[in-house]
Write a protein that binds this ligand. Structure first.
Ligand code: LLP
Length: 421
């Protein structure tokens, strides 16, 4: 094995020298492969299908251009994500607007920019949407977000479909939902298109998705019996990825097939008339394609631990602090050595909890070596925060031995730009 790790043919030392550290590095081929894998596998003879990239996982103009090239739709949850998608040249009618508390400013901005697809999360939002669209002569397509009340086995903070979830209208509020659908269907400027559900994130069990499909189809049957057709069903995202060797995610082709076969079976069993099935993968498109490079700084020994400090931490990756998320890493400049050094990888933020990896065996290292943390491509950059006024790292894409800058490293000038003097 070579001493210096290469990502898509580019030595990490070169990347660190050219762009500085910390640095988010994405393997562009891997991003493309993931998109293609969804496009090719999420197809079924009984349905039309659509894959929406959940851009909250990683949104910037460069990434969304790639999504445009790969011909996926995009789901956005804020004016910022929406503006990013538009800036990247994504067609307004390929953008779907999510969110449990879209502000009037956001709704109006979306309408102004000809966004057609909206997910409505609650009753009041439906009223707000009607009020906004009535000021124009436009027409909107609306899908309703239902909380199917299925608890998937994932961290409590990333579960989204338990009974007290803030997202969607509970599937148990059937009468309320029917009244709402009726009011949407009869509105002159709204086309009611169907239902949406999302059961959580980083889900490993096929059974959870099958249960979601069954629950939604049986609900749609009930609606159809009352005369409300639901031609579209969006089942959300949540497909798990590999962070450490403990993780065994369902391969994309299998997850796609499982979901679509379950839909086809339910369509027969429940005698429903669903035409389109949609999914919204985020993490599984970008997660494993991204890694973070850090420069190793000081280290210290305490009675029970040996700390390795890096030049980033909870500002560029909040996930270990927030969800006890686990990561794998290597000393990327000592790859030919054995991983026999037990350390705790900690960041530079003023917070005891600023630990990226509580315990890991790494190659022997010294100050100035580079550390690579794998699978940071989802919800790393997108959850960056300026705690301690740390500067946001650059993002680069690498492919075939070449790197290109996607997001510039934040400068002190950028940092201070908004401060009123
Ligand atoms: N669709 C909806 C409606 C969602 O709420 C989400 C994620 C997705 C799709 C995409 O899910 P994915 O395929 O990425 O699992 N910050 C957390 C994850 C929060 C996910 C929120 N919703 C984390 O770092 O794990």
């Amino acid at each position: 094995m070579e001493k210096i790790l290469k990502i898509s043919g580019v030595p990490v030392t070169e990347l660190a020298k050219q762009y500085g550290t910390p640095l988010y590095v994405y393997d562009e081929k891997r991003l493309i492969q993931q998109c293609q894998s969804y496009k090719q596998n999420f197809v079924h003879p009984d349905f039309t299908t659509e894959v929406l990239y959940a851009s909250k996982a990683f949104s910037c103009v460069g990434m969304l251009r790639l999504i445009k090239e790969q011909d996926l739709c995009v789901d956005v949850v804020s004016m910022g994500e929406l503006a990013t998608a538009l800036e990247a040249g994504i067609d307004a009618n390929r953008i779907y607007f999510h969110g449990n508390n879209k502000t009037l400013e956001e709704i109006n901005y979306a309408i102004e920019h000809n966004i057609y697809h909206f997910f409505v999360d609650n009753l009041q939002e439906a009223d707000a949407l009607k009020a906004c669209i009535e000021k124009t002569d436009k027409v909107l397509s609306v899908m309703l977000r239902i909380n199917p009340c299925i608890e998937a086995h994932t961290h409590e903070f990333i579960q989204t479909a338990n009974i007290d979830s803030k997202f969607g209208i509970s599937i148990y509020s059937r009468d309320e939902i029917k009244v709402l659908i009726q009011s949407l269907k009869t509105h002159k400027q709204i086309v009611f298109e169907g239902l949406h559900a999302h059961i959580g994130s980083q889900i490993f069990e096929k059974e959870a998705f099958i249960k979601e499909v069954q629950t939604m189809f049986s609900f749609i049957k009930d609606l159809e019996q009352d005369g409300y057709s639901c031609p579209k069903l969006d089942l959300g995202g949540g497909f798990a990825i590999h962070y450490t060797d403990q993780d065994q995610p369902i391969p994309i082709h299998e997850v796609c097939q499982t979901i679509l076969d379950a839909c086809a079976q339910q369509q027969v069993d429940q005698k429903t008339h669903v035409k389109t099935i949609m999914i919204e993968p985020g993490r599984s498109i970008v997660g494993e394609a991204g890694s973070t490079l850090y420069t190793i700084g000081f280290s210290k020994q305490t009675p029970h631990k040996r700390y390795l400090f890096v030049d980033g931490g909870m500002s560029d990756n909040i996930r270990p602090c927030l969800y006890q998320a686990q990561y794998d890493a290597d000393v990327a400049t000592q790859m030919d050595s054995r991983k026999d050094q037990k350390v705790c990888v900690a960041g530079k933020c003023c917070e005891s909890g600023d630990v990226l990896i509580p315990e890991i065996k790494l190659q022997p290292f010294s100050q100035g070596d580079l550390l690579i943390v794998y699978s940071t491509g989802a919800y790393g950059f997108s959850m960056f925060n300026n705690y301690n006024r740390n500067l946001r790292p650059a993002v680069v894409f690498v492919k075939d031995g070449k790197s290109r800058l996607i997001v510039k490293r934040e400068s002190l000038e950028d940092l201070l730009k908004g401060d009123v003097r």
